[in-house]
Design a protein around this ligand. Structure first.
Ligand code: ZN
Length: 94
């Protein structure tokens, strides 16, 4: 089956985060190259109904856990008394 411009086609919409009804807006070798979401009207490459792979960066995840650990189970810091520098503004009223 050859796709034509304006054809209705199912594809995964990144904005809608689900497979939505799309219209073909660009063709390459009779294959949909770009599609437009009928719901949010955003153009994107035809992705054959495949959702984008989840972006899980193991290093980032580890870093995040480390930060979380520091915040929740860290050694309580020795906080000295905060020195409040009170600057008395001297106003002279002549
Ligand atoms: Zn959409």
């Amino acid at each position: 089956m050859r796709a034509r411009l304006g054809d209705d086609i199912d594809d995964f919409c990144v904005k809608c985060k689900r497979v939505m009804n799309h219209a073909v807006v660009s063709l390459v070798n009779d294959e949909p190259a770009k599609v437009r979401c009928r719901t949010c009207h955003s153009d994107h490459d035809y992705r054959h109904e495949q959702p984008p792979p989840p972006k899980v960066d193991p290093r980032k995840a580890a870093l995040f856990n480390q930060v979380l650990e520091n915040v929740t189970g860290g050694v309580p810091g020795t906080e000295g008394p905060a020195e409040d520098k009170v600057t008395a503004a001297e106003e002279e009223t002549a």
